[in-house]
Design a protein around this ligand. Structure first.
Ligand code: ADP
Ligand code: MG
Length: 237
């Protein structure tokens, strides 16, 4: 499973004491389950994902990734597509060499990207660019999926479509997933567990396991989950 144990992570600050971003952040995510990380802005959520990606090596603690050294699928807040490459080229370029020629048609179709393979990112709406970013994350057949607010700043209808697409692709091949979100409803809809973080320096306030099967997460069920989580964690969001 995914294990996170970050004793501390500081950033140097210009002309002041170092900034303690994370202190004593510990949680784990069982294999093949979907966890959402929620917590106030600046509490170290993105830092945690960057540590898991190996982009931040200067920290005290340890992490264990599912399967030891999994392929990691990533989608950040910004789609970060190369503007001079088509959608399909963007996805293929993110694949290890041995996987570059793999068929992608099913994945594109599932994500509603049929017919957009040869578009350049500049010609895509933000919603389509986000779909392309999801395609890139899933194309590696990841052993670990890391998502950092992948639906932020979309209108609610588009975000809702994308959540359904994300679930559809994820359920076709459930992989250990950790998604950062500010949106409790989104977490209540997607997650097996919601991990609630404190203010900076980030640590776990508590975890909320969602027992309701995903197929039964009606708007009412999602409301009920949100109410439970809000009651357990006053002041959240
Ligand atoms: P979150 O994603 O939860 O909003 P971040 O992980 O981005 O929070 O940041 C945690 C804290 O660390 C914030 O106070 C942020 O300003 C600070 N921080 C993040 N990255 C850097 C950096 N590269 N240099 C200095 N401070 C940083
Ligand atoms: Mg962030």
């Amino acid at each position: 499973m995914l294990e996170v144990d970050i004793a501390s992570k500081t950033y140097p600050a210009v002309g002041g004491p170092p900034l303690l971003a994370i202190e004593g952040l510990r949680f784990s995510v069982p294999d093949g389950t979907f966890a959402c990380l929620v917590g106030p802005s600046g509490c170290g959520k993105t830092t945690c994902l960057r540590i898991l990606l190996g982009l931040e090596r200067d920290f005290d603690g340890r992490t264990v990734l599912p399967g030891g050294n999994p392929r990691i699928g990533v989608a950040f807040q910004e789609p970060r597509l190369l503007p001079w490459r088509t959608v399909e080229e963007n996805v293929r370029l993110a694949l290890p060499k041995a996987m570059r020629a793999r068929p992608l048609h099913d994945l594109f179709a599932r994500l509603g990207l049929d017919g957009f393979e040869n578009f350049y990112p500049g010609a895509l709406s933000l919603g389509l660019a986000r779909r392309a970013a999801l395609a890139r994350a899933f194309a590696v057949e990841p052993g670990l999926l890391l998502l950092d607010e992948p639906f932020v700043s979309l209108d609610e209808a588009t975000a809702q479509d994308l959540r359904a697409l994300l679930l559809d692709v994820w359920q076709a091949r459930p992989t250990t997933a950790l998604m950062v979100t500010h949106n409790l409803r989104e977490a209540a809809q997607l997650a097996d567990r919601i991990i609630v973080l404190s203010q900076r320096p980030g640590q776990v306030r508590g975890e909320h396991l969602i027992a309701v099967d995903r197929t039964r997460r009606t708007p009412e069920a999602v409301n009920a989950i949100c109410a439970e989580v809000s009651a357990r964690f006053p002041g959240l969001l």
